[in-house]
Write a new protein. Structure first.
Lengths: 113, 114
């Protein structure tokens, strides 16, 4: 069975500062990895995903995540955050050959002006 | 155009009542899901359907019964509501049954059981 751990439940960051949201996963087989974002009072939407190939994946709004197989991690980073990045961020994993997506418990990113 | 829509957005009801939540997607996707998000924001899958066929049925009380009249609709009926059913319920859809597929979520239905 797959599982996801997001160690930080809340991360406060000053505007224009860098941020890293941590995600570790556990699986006995190869995986697909995702970051979803939930803005206040909205549903989740995909931020970025790793399927195969280059271990560094980027989103259109400046976030990036790196798949590290040896450390079973998929941390999310942004070099300079904006007020509009305030949201809940969920890491998720799906095993190869399994359609079920397992989510972490989420990290609330709060941007301080 | 809304890709995945849910009705109602808010639902407040008494314990013991029966209620339904409706979901529709206009993306042409084959697979639809129901998720429950608790007060701590933990998101857990409940059911998935592919072309009207039940695929995933997690450990959910049988008071919860999903129904898919066609592949664009997945409704959730809940009998004998309990306090612990209070949560936000999200519908989602994806193109197929592949784990690599992006899931598209609806805006959620906040259910409050009094």
């Amino acid at each position: 069975a797959q599982s996801v751990t997001q160690l930080d439940s809340q991360v406060p960051v000053f505007e224009e500062a860098p941020v890293e949201l941590r995600c570790n996963y556990s699986s006995s087989v190869s995986v697909y990895l995702f970051w979803y974002v939930q803005y206040p009072n909205q549903g989740l939407q995909l931020l970025l995903k790793y399927l195969s190939g280059s271990t560094l994946v980027e989103s259109i709004n400046g976030f990036e995540a790196e798949f590290n197989k040896s450390q079973t991690s998929f941390h999310l980073r942004k070099p300079s955050v904006h007020i509009s990045d305030t949201a809940e961020y969920f890491c998720a994993v799906a095993n190869f050959g399994n359609e079920k997506l397992t989510f972490g418990t989420g990290t609330r990113l709060t941007i301080i002006p | 155009d809304t890709a995945v829509s849910q009705t109602p957005k808010y639902l407040v009801t008494q314990m013991g009542n029966d209620k339904s939540i409706k979901c529709e997607q206009n993306l042409g996707h084959d697979t639809m899901y129901w998720y429950k998000q608790d007060s701590k924001k933990f998101l857990k899958i409940m059911f998935s359907y592919n072309n009207k066929e039940l695929i995933i049925n997690e450990t959910v009380p049988n008071r919860f019964s999903p129904k898919s009249p066609d592949k664009a609709h997945l409704n959730l009926h809940i009998n004998s509501l309990e306090l612990g059913d209070s949560a936000v319920y999200f519908c989602a859809s994806s193109p197929g049954l592949v784990g690599a597929d992006t899931q598209y979520f609806g805006p959620g239905t906040r259910l409050t059981v009094l």
